[in-house]
Design a protein around this ligand. Structure first.
Ligand code: FES
Length: 468
């Protein structure tokens, strides 16, 4: 596997971008990445690539891979808030669409199929996110169970809808669910429950999708399996064939024991923070607060950080539209969001050894919000943390064209709404469900009240909706 001429890396999450693998590639390997508006991924990749060539692919441009007509292109999500991209590869006449973690719109998926010559031989679709919502949130048990099931089913539905648009020769769910080897986060392995966890394993996903889209051919792969795109035959790897998701518990115990020394090493590399953590914290947020007035206006709330361990504390960051302030927490202030994390990890973010998103996706955080509404802008500011990426989001969101409209019906009323979702451009004529006076966009699961246009479960632009 490592003897590669090319590799393509979709984004900077460490379950996709693995510096350990990059170091072991031959010097000749060229590394392809999507072009994103901010420099963060490019800079991290350049640092990890050693002397290997890194090439950024502009969206939808065909990049030649050989002299026989093979090519690849990157398909980023429409909104620059999400730095995720699919890759479309056409090699020796066969078309492969690998969605990675990108939630393509229906129109993007159809365009990819057209670009591949009208047939997709293989489409890989992510049916299981490594998402800290709801896993790291402090919900009562019953609410957690309900939210988990909603999340699981809406993910599968959005994949079902996307694959229906493209009807590939073979559709393959991949990834997840996340699992946890370190004792500090071991309790989160409840997410692996095959019937009730927030995310499905590929075996359960394939079963659900076969039942709900039976005319489509579905399969899933384990490490080492080989698919012959000419015949459609899959040769199973004999070692992987021994593994069953139903026995994941025992497997994880063995895996955790194998990795214990490596985990201990990582913890040792992140000692408890020294004096002055609050000052470094305040300086870091003062910097973030100066990056984008637009983001400050959209966040508009107090976030309480509970930093545990030596030199930690409880600190409030007020993302106010007229400027950001940081203070020791006061009992008079009611925060809308609370983030609890150990000082050793927060310190690594403050001195640049780790990005906020690395910390969030490590799940070594506990989160609470009231009201229970997703704030895309808070996560966006923390994860991008650079002005060009934030400006690109502002330009995208303020430059939206809503002139193309559709009419939807709900409970006997008809509403005139924009065809494309105000969040990130999903085609609502095919990528949404209307029920109970709301339209639910399947791309990221935002719901809009049809009477008022208000987004009811996230801080997002409203839908311009009119009763007709
Ligand atoms: S495009 Fe994200 S919720 Fe609609």
């Amino acid at each position: 596997m490592l003897d590669a001429d090319w590799i393509a890396v979709s984004h900077e999450h460490l379950d996709h971008f693995d510096p350990w693998v990059l170091e072991r590639l031959p010097e000749r390997t060229r590394i392809l990445i999507p072009h994103y508006p901010g420099p963060a991924f490019r800079e991290r990749m350049m640092a990890a690539a050693g002397g290997r060539q890194v090439i950024e692919l502009p969206a939808w441009e065909k990049f030649p891979l050989d002299n026989r007509g093979s090519w690849i292109t990157a398909i980023p999500e429409l909104s620059p808030m999400c730095h995720d991209a699919a890759f479309l590869i056409v090699a020796d006449g066969r078309g492969i669409l690998h969605c990675n973690d990108a939630r393509l719109t229906a129109a993007q998926a159809r365009r990819a199929k057209h670009l591949a010559g009208g047939t997709l031989d293989l489409m890989a679709v992510q049916t299981s996110g490594a998402s800290w919502h709801p896993i790291c949130y402090e919900y009562p048990a019953e609410e957690m169970a309900r939210i988990s099931m909603d999340k699981r089913i809406s993910k599968l539905r959005s994949v079902q809808r996307l694959v229906r648009q493209t009807a590939p020769e073979l559709a393959v769910p991949f990834a997840g669910p996340p699992c946890f080897l370190d004792a500090e986060v071991g309790h989160l392995n409840w997410v692996l429950d095959r019937r009730e966890g927030a995310f499905c394993d590929p075996d359960v996903s394939a079963e659900w999708l076969r039942e709900h889209l039976p005319q489509q051919r579905w399969d899933y792969f384990k490490p080492g399996d080989v698919l012959d795109l000419d015949t459609g035959e899959c040769t199973r790897d004999p070692v992987s064939a021994e593994f069953s998701f139903a026995d994941a518990g025992e497997y994880l115990d063995r895996y955790a024991a194998d990795r214990a020394a490596a985990i201990a090493e990582v913890i040792a590399e992140h000692p408890e923070p020294g004096l002055g953590l609050y000052d470094r914290f305040a300086a870091h947020f003062a910097y973030l607060g100066g990056l984008s007035d637009y983001f400050l206006r959209q966040i508009a709330m107090v976030v309480r950080f509970e930093v545990t361990g030596p030199n930690g504390g409880v600190w409030d960051v007020d993302f106010a539209p007229d400027g950001l302030t940081v203070a020791h927490a006061s009992p008079d202030v009611r925060p809308h969001y609370r983030i609890t994390a150990a000082g050793r990890w927060v310190d690594a973010v403050l001195d640049g050894r780790m990005a906020w998103e690395d910390l969030l996706i490590s799940f070594r955080v506990s989160l609470y919000r009231d009201p229970d509404v997703y704030n895309d802008y808070l996560v966006g500011l923390l994860k991008h943390a650079n002005a060009p990426a934030l400006t690109a989001v502002e330009e995208y969101e303020t430059g939206r064209d809503e002139s193309e409209r559709i009419t939807v019906e709900c409970d006997g009323d008809r509403y005139d709404i924009p065809r494309y979702c105000p969040h990130a451009g999903e085609d609502l004529s095919v990528g949404a469900v209307v029920r109970d006076g709301r339209i639910h966009c399947l791309a990221h699961n935002f719901a809009f009240d049809l009477a008022t246009g208000e987004c009811v479960n996230a801080r997002a632009a409203n839908l311009t909706s009119h009763r007709v």
